[in-house]
Design a protein around this ligand. Structure first.
Ligand code: KG4
Ligand code: ZN
Length: 340
């Protein structure tokens, strides 16, 4: 099927054209980051208004770049949740309107399900596999048995990894969102310079916790005021990043051992992190299992990733109907795919 995909769950207005759930013909992402940076975080009302302004031009650009006419599109995959309700509503309403006008099916897809299957745009992976999702709102380990068949093995009990990166960056005086900047500065820093905690590292569970690490960083900055740029700041970034990666790597190793999985998929915005990418490839090499971490352009929010599960659902008649609404919260374990 030739699908149009639409994503507006947070601060990126995105649209893509994807053939058969694997061939990406275009992927357009219009970021609102510069607008929200002024406020130190995403302002939901501003996000909705900006999505409203950008949704039509972004869809038009995605069609143009794919050299596809709207009349060629056979179905639509759109983020239904989780995310900011007002932001989700813009993309979801656009999808419904196009589906109704063109008399084609549409399906509401879980945002994190999209992140996991972004890897399939580069190379298909055999089921079952283990997925580590690290984004602004999620730090989850999932056992993935098929499309729509997910079991949460472990998750954060407080902050998500991306949230920890962004909040820590803010404490260090960096602009929002600071994750990518911490990664860059850490490249010139010493990861052993500052001793920081590794929360829940040896508790034997698959639970994550990052709020204590962020508090330790806050206390360090209170004792040793930071100037930017400086070697001290680079060292603190490297030490923080190392602590996060130590925990993510150790818990993922435990999950690999527990499940006996043969393949790991790492997904979400934090999967852009250079330290995490190399630690995960070392881990999978050591454990002798396969690894998929999409190109950084597919790790962050985009619409193409939704077309992978979207194509599966629409091809199997699992369409959404016009009475369906967006959902700000949505447990992945409750998604119903086809039985095995
Ligand atoms: O998946 P994503 O684009 O949006 C959500 O669904 O949340 O993830 C965004 C998160 C932000 O917290 C951002 O700071 C983080 O991903 N991020 C990074 C890097 N690039 C983006 N964190 C660490 N290192 C990076 N290079
Ligand atoms: Zn995301």
């Amino acid at each position: 099927m030739l699908l149009l995909a639409i994503e507006t769950s947070c601060d990126e207005t995105a649209a893509a054209v994807v053939r058969d759930g694997c061939e990406m013909l275009s992927s357009v992402v219009s970021s609102q980051i510069a607008i929200h940076a002024e406020f130190g975080g995403v302002v939901p009302e501003i996000a909705s208004r900006k999505h409203l302004e950008m949704i039509s031009p972004v869809i038009s650009q995605a069609l143009r770049e794919a050299s596809i006419a709207m009349s060629d599109i056979e179905g639509i995959a759109v983020t239904r949740g989780p995310g900011l309700s007002g932001a989700l509503l813009v993309g979801f309403s656009a999808a419904k309107a196009i589906a109704a006008a063109r008399q084609i099916p549409f399906v509401g897809v879980h945002h994190i399900e999209g992140h996991i299957f972004a890897a399939f745009l580069e190379q298909k992976v055999a089921f079952p596999f283990l997925a580590l999702v690290v984004s602004g709102g999620h730090t989850h380990l999932y056992h993935v048995e098929g499309f729509g068949r997910y079991t949460t093995l472990g998750r954060t009990i407080d902050d998500a990894a991306g949230e920890a990166f962004d909040k820590s960056a803010k404490i260090m005086g960096m602009p929002y969102p600071g994750g990518a900047l911490i990664d860059k500065m850490a490249g010139s820093g010493d990861p052993q310079a500052v001793r920081l905690p590794r929360p829940l590292l040896h508790d034997g569970t698959l639970k994550f916790s990052f709020s204590g690490l962020k508090t330790a960083l806050l206390q360090h900055v209170a004792r040793h005021p930071l100037t930017l740029p400086s070697q001290e700041a680079n060292d603190l970034c490297a030490s923080f990043q190392q602590a996060v990666c130590d925990v993510l790597t150790a818990k993922t190793e435990t999950a690999i051992r527990q499940t006996g999985t043969r393949h790991l998929v790492v997904a979400g915005g934090v999967a852009c992190n250079s330290c995490l990418r190399s630690r995960m490839s070392e881990l999978c090499c050591k454990m002798g299992i396969g690894l998929s971490i999409p190109h950084p352009s597919l790790c962050g929010d985009n619409a193409a990733m939704l077309a992978v599960p979207g194509d599966y659902y629409l091809s199997n008649g699992l369409n959404s109907d016009m009475t369906q609404d967006v959902t700000a919260t949505w447990d992945m374990d409750l998604i119903k795919g086809l039985p095995a």
